[in-house]
Design a protein around this ligand. Sequence first.
Ligand code: UDP
Length: 240
Amino acid sequence: MSTNTKFIYHRVLLKISGEVLQGSNKFGIDIKSLEKITKEIKLTLNTGIQLGLVIGSGNLFRGSTLSQLGINRIAADHIGILSTVINSLAMRDIMNSYSIPTYIMSSMPIDGICVGYNYEQAINLLSKNYVVIFSAGTGNPLFTTDSAACLRGIETHADIILKGTQVDGVYSQDPKKYPQATLYKKLTYQDVLQKELKVMDLSAFSLARDHKIPIRVFNINKPRSLYQIMKGYDEGTLIE
Ligand code: UDP
């Protein structure tokens, strides 16, 4: 790494959707995918960046899907929330095996497994270069881990929310269904609302907009993309 390299962020909040953890499988946790993300994170940490992490659980259980199958929505969301803890435990284990000091906090503490979220303690740990995984979403049903990412990002004074997905950014239409869809490089919060683009659910997005925290949506599977973002490269879509 060149000593002249400038990194533009001091602290970031990275949100990874659960699907990124399942790799090419239809369900569950693929260790190779966890290792791949961990290597990208390790490369990025070499820049001195402080990193908070929120992990979804679409690879295990989503409340909306379970409720369609007949489980009460609130109980279904609790299952989704607990699944984020499962993903966080797996991720921490792999990160530790790569010598990345990692700490899990949970909006729903589980005795002997993960401590409760505390924003002062979280900031303190981030300042000491621990990666802090904020698990259990917001701790409330009817929300998503995107809301948790914006909430924890704002609380811990992150410079930006980085949303790592399986696609290259925000498109005019779903690129899987419409190959002619165009990728936006830059959008305002207003553009996203006017064009009804799918960036995050509305509660999460409003939180980011109201607190003027920028969001970057990018492809976490693209090698070095996270690192390039730290260097100020225009990866994915920036919303501000
Ligand atoms: N969830 C919730 N409250 C939260 C965060 C998550 O109820 O604050 C539940 C909800 O059921 C959701 C599931 O956890 O479907 C997984 O979160 P999300 O859908 O955000 O995961 P992702 O799509 O990012 O993998």
